[in-house]
Design a protein around this ligand. Structure first.
Ligand code: ADP
Ligand code: MG
Length: 332
């Protein structure tokens, strides 16, 4: 069984924006899945849905099975128990997620106390230990958020996310607000910690290159759908869906100076979720669209074992034995 199974997830905000439109994704225990896509493609909505953090009045359909239990139908008491201890989220802007008037040590200790796992003294000791794990001196526990740099605050957020030993950490653009040098440090830190503690990671970024470096598998979202999914490096280097390819060309490939110095952009914007075009949502921007793309929507289907794409140009795999492919990596 997978640690996380998202099945046919749909999210419609009050007002009617269809932000997520039938997403199927899985994460095995200890696995790292990246979710890429331009701004507005529904990545954060998906992350918020995982822990029932969407605003009231939002319609959510499908299933989100965390360790076999559907988060969407859990009682609130159970949802609160799952947050932090089962799955936790690191958001982009640490300054907005931390409370400005409380010392960071208290904030890290809070989820530990909340989950009844420790006395106040033990929670303080746990906070100190976590600070050291994320590369900050334990004495920084006494600091207020404004006394820390952006990178240090993001380290505090990571410490909080790990405080209750969750099985899954969701990181939504965890380094987007940071300087390039600090970004790399924070990414290495996340990688090291999830590796050491065998935590599964769902990492969201608009930067496909970063995800290809950090994650085992990669899903590319467009207009609320997954349009391609497969082994991270393969998707980055040999995308099958034209959108995934365009996104991958927009970010430098490691070891390919040509793409580094001449990143190719993609003209236009993702569609407005209030006014999705008929057929394939990417068709108005697609360089290889044909007439049928304007009327037929494509389901995500297996291209080769372990790789899925949703494009009319992507042929289905040939019938017959395909086992032994180097790309094969079952998530079932
Ligand atoms: P991403 O994280 O990929 O940038 P989001 O999940 O934030 O995308 O947004 C997906 C779509 O949902 C966007 O079109 C956005 O405008 C819309 N959206 C996000 N939050 C809300 C909200 N609270 N109410 C209505 N629409 C929203
Ligand atoms: Mg977002």
């Amino acid at each position: 069984m997978n640690l996380l199974d998202i099945r046919n997830l749909t999210v419609t905000y009050p007002g009617g924006a269809q932000a997520v439109r039938g997403v199927d994704l899985s994460v095995a225990a200890g696995q790292k899945l990246g979710i890429a896509g331009e701004s507005g493609c529904g990545k954060s909505t998906l992350a918020l849905a995982l822990l029932r953090l969407l605003p009231p009045g939002t319609k959510v359909g499908g299933e989100i099975l965390l360790d076999g239990e559907d988060v969407l139908t859990m009682r609130w008491g159970r949802v609160r128990a799952v947050r932090w201890a089962g799955a936790s989220i690191v958001f982009q802007g640490a300054m907005h997620s931390l409370n400005p008037v409380h010392r960071v040590g208290e904030q890290i200790a809070e989820p530990v106390l909340l989950h009844g796992r420790a006395t106040p003294g033990a929670a303080r000791r746990r906070a100190a230990e976590l600070l050291e794990q994320v590369g900050l001196p334990a004495a920084r526990a006494a600091a207020y958020p404004h006394e820390l740099s952006g990178g240090q605050r993001q380290r505090v957020m990571i410490a909080m996310a790990l405080a209750c030993d969750p099985q899954l950490v969701v990181a939504d653009e965890p380094t987007t607000a940071l300087d390039v040098m600090i970004q790399a440090q924070i990414l290495r830190l996340i990688e090291r910690l999830v590796g050491e503690q065998n935590v599964a990671l769902l990492m969201i970024s608009h930067d496909l290159g970063v995800l290809a470096d950090t994650c085992d598998r990669l899903a590319v979202m467009y207009a609320g759908r997954v349009v391609e999914e497969g082994p991270a490096r393969t998707v980055h280097e040999d995308a099958r869906h034209p959108y995934a390819e365009a996104l991958s060309l927009a970010f430098p490939h490691i070891g390919d100076p040509a793409s580094r110095f001449a990143p190719r952009g993609l003209p236009g914007d993702p569609p407005d979720p209030f006014a999705l075009p008929p057929g394939c949502a990417f068709q108005p921007r697609c360089p290889v669209a044909v007439d049928a793309c304007a009327t037929e929507d494509q389901a995500l289907r297996e291209v080769v074992p372990g790789r899925r794409a949703a494009c009319l140009h992507v042929p289905a795999p040939l019938p017959g034995p395909t086992a032994g492919s180097a790309e094969t990596r079952s998530t079932a």
